[in-house]
Ligand binder design. Structure first.
Ligand SMILES: NC(=O)c1ccc[n+]([C@@H]2O[C@H](COP(=O)([O-])OP(=O)(O)OC[C@H]3O[C@@H](n4cnc5c(N)ncnc54)[C@H](O)[C@@H]3O)[C@@H](O)[C@H]2O)c1
Ligand SMILES: O=c1ccn([C@@H]2O[C@H](COP(=O)(O)OP(=O)(O)O[C@H]3O[C@H](CO)[C@@H](O)[C@H](O)[C@H]3O)[C@@H](O)[C@H]2O)c(=O)[nH]1
Length: 450
């Protein structure tokens, strides 16, 4: 089938390339002319495992092309996926819907000129009620155009596999024709057994926000347990393993540490609370405010413990930071917990040098005051403390003995719980982690400092 994908960010570009790889003929559209130019030459604007190869393959096969023109998009296909951003508004916790609104306003006049039915399918994460509102807006200008909502659940770092082999497909539709069209688009996945959940617009919109709220709740729950473990001398990793064995609880998303960041979980739980408040149900989701607060507290705890580890003041201290991306497998630094901690420590007078295997360009653009390097020993040269803040697998391969020879003091805070404490300690390191007993005292820093 012929499809367009409007917005070629993390969601749109991955969706466009995967749809093209499945055999559809796809036109990708973005306002950003430089991005479109480099995509047309097969260059992806961000790091995502497997994306580059698929992009090049689908460009070569002729299944994928790019343009900046919505007029061309309207002529090209009857099905248009909308994948533009819905960030947090600068002035409140609500979602900023101006990009999705703009796509509908700009596309609708071109669709009106066409004869026959067409379908605009939102994939962006939006507050409940947005799809119906956009459907009305679209219908007023182009009465033969219909809206559907098909929220996206991909994880960065696993985006290709999550798109090609999703756990489920959720579609909100207002007609059986939309339902059948979406089933046809996703036919190879349905044949492979992917559950297809077809529902109304509000349910589809809410499923997405509910899923992210639940994931955020699991993470903050285990981090709250880590705080208790610190105070009580218990071990949060054993606790996570033990409760995670219960299939009603499950081990995934119980990894304690610095908490969640990125462009989705933080803004999505805030947007859900904001929307619930609009309909007078703020109290029903008040717990999500606490989930958010527990999450940001982890960053303050890491700063406080790091300060304790350098002797009580950051002034003039050298701090090595391992990791800048909001999570491993991605070069995305949007709301990165690692960079928030690094910047705060830098702001308190420390020399901070950050290593990341993929995200240094993006991180440098957002935090020009920090120093960056692609070499772990260089990041750690003369450091008073090493902070492990993003769990890239290669940090698990570091030789602690070799690194001890480079630093000023062999002291490490593992804020992601993926390093082997025994190995580091046996190489002479003072090794600290939240929620884990440590020889000679409790691991937790106080969380009082902002
Ligand atoms: N990033 C993720 O992992 C992820 C996963 C699931 C859902 N989502 C949701 O999907 C949506 C997109 O997220 P993203 O991370 O891909 O965003 P992004 O910021 O990476 O990409 C958005 C793209 O849309 C383009 N754009 C903006 N307005 C446009 C317009 N009028 N016409 C054409 N292009 C336009 C921008 O130039 C940009 O390239 C958001 O609602 C997000 O919450 C994101
Ligand atoms: O046990 C865990 C799991 C994750 N994280 C952190 O949580 C954040 C988010 O991780 P993850 O959910 O893997 O990344 P995203 O790519 O942001 O994906 C989430 O947000 C997307 C956008 O809505 C959804 O599509 C995905 O389903 C949802 O997992 C990162 O900072 C992780 O380091 C933890 O601290 N502990």
């Amino acid at each position: 089938m012929r499809l367009t994908v409007i917005g070629t960010g993390y969601v749109g570009l991955v969706h466009a390339t995967c749809m093209a790889d499945m055999g559809h003929t796809v036109l990708g559209i973005d306002l950003d002319a430089l991005r479109i130019e480099s995509l047309a030459r097969g260059r992806a604007p961000f790091y995502e495992p497997g994306l580059c190869e698929t992009l090049q393959r689908t460009l070569e096969s002729g299944h994928l092309r790019f343009t900046t023109s919505l007029a061309e998009a309207a002529r090209f296909a009857r099905i248009h996926f909308v994948c533009v951003g819905t960030p947090q508004r600068p002035d409140s916790n609500a979602a900023d819907l101006r990009f999705v609104d703009a796509v509908i306003d700009d596309l609708a006049p071109y669709l009106r000129e066409l004869r026959g039915w067409c379908l605009v399918v939102g994939k962006s994460t939006v507050p409940v009620g947005t799809a119906a509102r956009l459907g009305d807006r679209l219908g007023r200008i182009a009465p033969q155009a219909e809206i559907a909502w098909n929220p996206e659940f991909l994880r960065e770092g696993f985006a290709m596999q999550d798109t090609l082999r999703p756990e489920r497909l959720v579609v909100g539709v207002v007609s059986s024709r939309a339902d059948e069209t979406l089933r046809e688009i996703y036919a190879p996945m349905l044949r492979a057994g992917t559950p297809f959940i077809s529902t109304d617009l509000p349910t589809a919109e809410l499923v997405k926000l509910a899923a992210n709220s639940f994931l955020a709740t699991k993470i903050s729950f285990i981090n709250a347990m880590a705080e208790l473990c610190d105070a009580m001398g218990a071990d949060v990793m054993t606790l996570a393993e033990a409760i995670g064995r219960d299939p009603r609880i499950g081990r995934p998303f119980l990894q304690p540490g610095l908490g969640f960041g990125g462009s989705c979980l933080p803004k999505d739980i805030r947007a859900l609370v904001a929307r619930a408040e609009e309909v007078g149900l703020g109290e029903s989701v008040a717990f999500l405010r606490q989930i958010d607060e527990i999450n940001t507290r982890q960053r303050r705890r890491a700063i406080a413990l790091a300060r304790e580890l350098v002797g009580g003041s950051f002034s003039g201290r050298k701090v090595a930071v391992l990791g800048a991306a909001f999570k491993p497998g991605s070069d995305d630094v949007r709301d990165s917990p690692a960079l928030a901690v690094a910047a705060a420590i830098h702001g308190k007078g420390a020399w901070v040098r950050v290593h990341d295997p993929e995200a240094t360009d993006n991180a440098r653009a957002d935090f020009p005051g920090l120093q960056f390097t692609l070499d772990v020993p260089k990041a750690c040269e003369d450091a008073d403390v090493v902070l492990h803040l993003t769990a890239w697998p290669e940090y698990g391969e570091i030789d602690p003995t070799g690194l001890a020879a480079v630093v000023r003091r062999p002291v490490i805070l593992d804020a992601r719980h993926t390093l082997d404490a025994a190995r580091w300690r046996s190489s002479g390191w003072t090794f600290r982690a939240f929620g884990r007993p440590c020889p000679g005292g409790l691991a937790g820093g106080d969380s009082s400092e902002g």
